[in-house]
Design a protein around this ligand. Structure first.
Ligand SMILES: [Zn+2]
Length: 331
């Protein structure tokens, strides 16, 4: 069994399919998907989730592994984003393939159609679980020269209760903070996005500290909210716009570029329809995709997403829908 677990990382075998036809050849059955996920979750061989003993388990049934030491039965999907799913793993893997291969991602409706899923809710939950796995991949803070700014996103909450009087009026403006690594003389590195309640220092400074390595150069506009960055260990560059001949999109080229891409993505792929309470999950997906935009292989994205998926805690439909939306000023 050990050789089966280590097969993926052994020389000569590509750890991921590179094309859709390679995908189909690689994952013809549920067993093939299980074996693949087991190799991703236990690259050094099976480790019992209960007693933590590394030993070759017995296979009780197709997915069930029995620890020979403590008798605990587990599955590769237990305690991961695939936990208790009734959707076949082939469909999950095809979903992961589709999500990572579409340059601009996919809406729940689009995923439901392409996978032939029975319900919209299944597709929607699947996307949210993948988004949860995406965020873990981006823990290292930004560094170097980083531009930081805020911008408003207009999003439409289609699931909000709409009274007759408010029928055309459930669009919210939500403020997000943006951080972009800027390379000199040109080009961008990685980004971070996060919803913030306001542009006051109590909102934007924690965003900077959570997402940018101290010692970095942080470039902001003239806002007083960023005043304390110097004493927090950053080199603070202020680009004062007031009375300047240089328009904002020239002096803060990174954040303006990213802001327009995010707006286009929300409007295009998601038709502007994002519940405010879920916006951060959508932003995480955008960041995952943007930070890997130069990756030569889409198959590698698929591989990284699944690697993360098998170690990411489960997320139920109820977890997702129970998140309280925080709505900024409605207009
Ligand atoms: Zn055990």
């Amino acid at each position: 069994m050990l050789d089966k677990y280590t097969a993926i990382d052994s020389g000569g075998v590509n750890p991921y399919p590179r094309t859709w036809s390679e995908f189909l050849a690689r994952f013809p059955t549920e067993e093939a998907c299980l074996t693949y996920l087991e190799a991703l979750r236990w690259p050094q061989g099976f480790v019992c989730p209960r007693c933590a003993v590394a030993s070759s388990p017995s296979r009780v049934s197709r997915g069930r592994l029995l620890c020979k030491d403590c008798g605990h039965q587990s599955t590769v999907t237990a305690g991961t984003i695939f936990d208790k799913t009734r959707t076949p793993l082939r469909v999950w893997l095809a979903g992961a393939w589709y999500v990572t291969n579409q340059k601009l991602g996919v809406s729940a409706l689009g995923l439901q159609r392409v996978l032939g899923l029975g319900g919209y809710q299944t597709a929607w939950t699947m996307l949210h679980r993948f988004r949860k796995a995406m965020v873990r991949l981006d823990r290292e803070r930004l560094g170097g020269l980083v531009e930081v700014d805020e911008t408003y996103l207009a999003i439409t909450d289609r699931e909000a209760p709409i009274s007759k009087a408010k029928r055309k009026n459930n669009t919210s403006k939500v403020l997000i903070a943006i951080a972009v690594e800027v390379h000199e003389p040109k080009g961008f590195g990685r980004i971070r996005l996060q919803r913030v309640d306001s542009d006051a220092d109590v909102c934007v400074v924690p965003f900077v500290e959570a997402n940018i390595e101290p010692g970095s150069v942080v470039r902001t506009d003239g806002s007083a909210a960023y005043r304390s960055l110097t004493q927090r260990g950053y080199t603070h560059q202020r680009t004062v716009m007031l009375g300047s001949d240089v328009p904002a999109h020239v002096s803060m080229v990174g954040v303006h570029r990213v802001a327009s891409l995010v707006k286009r993505w929300i409007l295009g792929t998601h038709h502007g329809a994002v519940q405010p309470g879920h916006l951060d999950a959508y932003l995480d997906e955008f960041v995952f995709r943007f930070n890997r935009r130069t990756s030569g292989s889409r198959g590698l994205l698929f591989y990284r997403l699944l690697q993360q998926a098998v170690i990411t805690d489960p997320l139920t439909y109820n977890d997702v829908v129970s998140r309280q939306p925080v709505v900024a000023n409605s207009e």
